[in-house]
Design a protein. Sequence first.
Length: 95
Amino acid sequence: MKQEDVTLISCSVCGERYRTGSAKIVGSRNNSLIVHIHCGTCYSSTLTIISKNSTGENTMTMGMLTDLSYNEAVESMNMRAIDADEVLDIIEETR
């Protein structure tokens, strides 16, 4: 799946049609793209996973609002995951 395979309709926040170039691929996994979409009207951004369904059509499988810029989203894809012990340490430190 490539950038040109992604067709967008409208912003889920304000309903305006997305402008050309508002979607940028952050990364890919398996047969899915992780896409950062920025609305030029209301300035909201989403991270969306777009996959091919069983008939070969692109479908949005999950989308979420984000305050990350495109560059921050790319950086976060390259960060290592935290483990359970680190989560417990953070909880302990905030008590």
